[in-house]
Design a protein around this ligand. Structure first.
Ligand code: SAM
Length: 240
């Protein structure tokens, strides 16, 4: 049902998320452009700029999906660097891998849960998660894992929906709960997945709460940048 997601038991969340992304994978990129009016490209461009990946760096893209960020990082890290594309969902990862190979990049790819990353401690210069944390059942555990695999001095970037500037919130709710499911139905034949999207955005911690969560997970000097009037925020923290 429409607002039922809040009451779904915790253990069902992972299954629901799997269903959503298996269902949307093939339409994911076009829907992103449509739903955000192309703005997700700007948010990612900003993230890439803040990331400032240098030649030779090791980067982990968690919940990397169709590989927008991974691809940009791969170009910057060069042949002496290494960029891992990872995601828990096979369908999303397949689209991402095909895209990277089509563009002439052969990235290491792993299907894995962010809550249990198959990488050693102190390994990466940069870990990113874009529009993925919201979908994770235990965000604290996922953040702790991302911190664990960072080298001391390494940075974590979290790009995610956040809390929009108050005067815009009514219009935004209307958009996300009415227009998005309608668009999802029209374009992808799938209103439910886009209802989940709206619900998961509403449930996600706001800017200050996520900052605090990151601090509790052991990240230092946490700060955030609001994008699109706070509809989206980029958080950055360091492992010191
Ligand atoms: N990062 C890509 C982007 O910005 O376009 C994809 C974002 S997509 C909205 C969210 C992704 O999170 C999906 O591909 C989904 O499979 C993945 N995901 C959800 N739960 C996850 C988990 N526990 N561990 C890793 N990935 C997860």
């Amino acid at each position: 049902t429409h607002f039922g997601f809040e009451t779904v038991p915790e253990q069902d969340k992972a299954r629901r998320v799997a269903g959503v992304f298996s269902s949307v994978a093939s339409k994911y990129d076009v829907m992103n452009d449509l739903m955000s009016a192309g703005m997700h490209r700007l948010w990612k461009a900003f993230t890439i700029q803040i990331a400032g990946v240098r030649e030779g760096e090791r980067v982990l893209d968690v919940a990397g999906g169709t590989a927008d960020l991974s691809l940009a990082f791969a170009k910057q890290a060069g042949s002496s660097g290494q960029v891992w594309l990872t995601d828990i969902n096979h369908a999303m990862l397949s689209v991402g891998r095909d895209r990277t190979t089509d563009k002439g990049f052969l990235l290491p790819v792993a299907q894995c849960d962010a809550e249990k990353l198959p990488f050693p401690d102190n390994h990466f210069d940069l870990v990113t998660v874009a529009f993925g944390l919201r979908n994770m059942t235990h965000k604290d555990q996922a953040l702790a894992e991302m911190r664990r695999v960072l080298k001391p001095g390494g940075r974590l970037l979290v790009l995610e929906f956040s809390k929009i500037w108050r005067p815009l919130s009514k219009a935004y709710d209307l958009y996300s709960f009415k227009v998005l499911p309608w668009l999802g139905q029209k374009v992808a034949g799938d209103a439910d997945s886009y209802r989940y999207l709206a619900e998961s955005i509403r449930m996600h911690p706001d800017q200050e709460s996520l900052k605090q969560l990151m601090g509790e997970a052991g990240l230092s000097r946490v700060e955030f940048f609001n994008l699109a009037a706070g509809a989206v925020a980029l958080h950055r923290g360091y492992k010191l």
